[in-house]
Design a protein around this ligand. Structure first.
Ligand SMILES: Nc1nc2c(c(=O)[nH]1)N[C@H]1C(S)=C(S)[C@@H](COP(=O)(O)O)O[C@H]1N2
Ligand SMILES: [Mo]
Length: 259
């Protein structure tokens, strides 16, 4: 008698047993995968404590990528900030906080240093920047300390800047970092905000050269962000896929500080 057992239809109980077995198998595999995944993460190097600290490199990378993706979904960076007529711009422009703007500066010798993705460095003079088409904006500048003021700025839009200096491949990276020449004040910016059409490398305030205390010869005007990100006296610009160091983020402020 060698009847094939498989031909016999399964009873309900057998079916249940079989499904239970499969479920446990899947559950077990997931659990084992989870344990190995966790071990992999646990044994990964710890991130360099700077802007954030204490977690593993792959986890932080995933968290940062997620934050950029979620921000893209939630806020449209192409949404324009409200602008005002020039007549509404403040004549006495408020001045606030001078980290990195107090060291002596030789304006005639100043050059903007740009580090490209391949490490190559560009040195750009203010005249090269002023020779390009000017973009102007009158908008409500907002400081996290609780004041705002309608201000009038002019300069080279960051989009025009990257186009003119062939920084297209750099713009594929996630972040831009900017620092004062003495490196005492520095900001990190997500690329979407840097490439926002209203972001300027400003060399004029109320149609005159930017005064020293407001960031001469060149300062950042990034209307989609709070004042703290609007770095005065830009010395260098770099691009990266890791978050560049950021003065206020190091002190616990939100990294993006968007409006
Ligand atoms: N180099 C540098 N840039 C800076 C700051 C600073 O301390 N140093 N302060 C920021 C803050 S908090 C604000 S509100 C604005 C103020 O710019 P203002 O002085 O032109 O009003 O500059 C930002 N850029
Ligand atoms: Mo500020």
């Amino acid at each position: 008698m060698t009847k094939k057992q498989a031909k016999k239809p399964l009873t309900t109980e057998q079916k249940i047993n079989r499904r239970t077995f499969i479920s446990f198998g899947v559950f077990g595999a997931a659990a084992i995968g989870g344990v190995f995944g966790w071990k992999w993460l646990y044994n990964s190097p710890e991130e360099v404590t700077a802007i954030t600290g204490g977690t593993r490199v792959p986890l932080r990378r995933a968290l940062n990528k997620t934050e950029i993706a979620v921000r893209r979904l939630l806020y449209s960076e192409k949404h324009l900030v409200r602008t005002y007529p020039k007549s509404m711009a403040a004549k006495n422009v408020r001045q606030n906080s001078d980290v990195g703007v107090e060291s002596p500066i030789d304006l005639a010798a100043w050059k903007l240093q740009v580090t490209k993705g391949n490490g190559e460095k560009l040195l750009i003079g203010i005249e090269d920047i002023k020779a390009l088409p000017k973009t102007e904006i009158v908008y409500d500048f907002k400081c996290v300390e609780g004041w705002d003021q309608i201000q009038y700025w002019g300069g080279l839009s960051f989009v025009d800047f990257v186009k003119h200096f062939n920084l297209d491949s750099e713009t594929k990276m996630d972040y831009v970092g900017m620092e004062t020449p003495d490196k005492l004040y520095y900001v990190g910016l997500d690329m979407d905000s840097a490439l926002h059409p209203q972001t300027l490398l400003a060399y004029e305030m109320n149609e005159k050269p930017v005064p020293l205390n407001h960031g001469a010869p060149l300062r950042l005007i990034i209307p989609v962000k709070y004042g703290v990100k609007n770095l005065k006296r830009i010395g260098s610009i770099s691009f990266s896929n890791q978050r560049p160091r950021d003065y206020w983020a190091e002190k616990g402020y939100d990294y993006f500080l968007g409006l």
